[in-house]
Design a protein around this ligand. Structure first.
Ligand SMILES: [Zn+2]
Length: 108
């Protein structure tokens, strides 16, 4: 099973093999070079897929935005709940829908 890594520049979580591609996003930022560290606890492939999709959404539409499960491909409420419990997402209910947002963990 692939390991989970965290990007040193934006704190995004992803599968280890996705990191090289992800790091290209940072080439323009002050010539900073991103590196990764291994994440704890381990995430399931499904949860990593969700985090990667959310990271891509944020990159496209802006950081800190709220989104619904329906904006992610092949995602279940079970996976979303697991990410809330792990402290990666916060959840808010609005008009009978659950909205989620990434909690950035800075300073580690
Ligand atoms: Zn990054």
């Amino acid at each position: 099973m692939s390991k989970t890594v965290i990007c040193s520049l934006c704190n995004s979580k992803m599968k280890e093999e996705s990191f090289a591609e992800h790091a290209k996003n940072h080439w323009k930022e002050n010539e900073a070079i991103a590196y990764f560290k291994y994440a704890e606890p381990q995430y399931s492939p499904k949860q990593l897929d969700a985090l990667e999709q959310i990271g891509a959404l944020e990159e496209h539409f802006g950081y800190g935005r709220w989104f619904t499960q329906g904006e992610l491909l092949n995602m279940t409420a079970h996976t979303m709940n697991a990410l809330v419990e792990k402290g990666d997402l916060e959840e808010q209910n609005y008009k009978e829908l659950s909205y989620y947002r990434i909690i950035k963990k800075y300073g580690d």
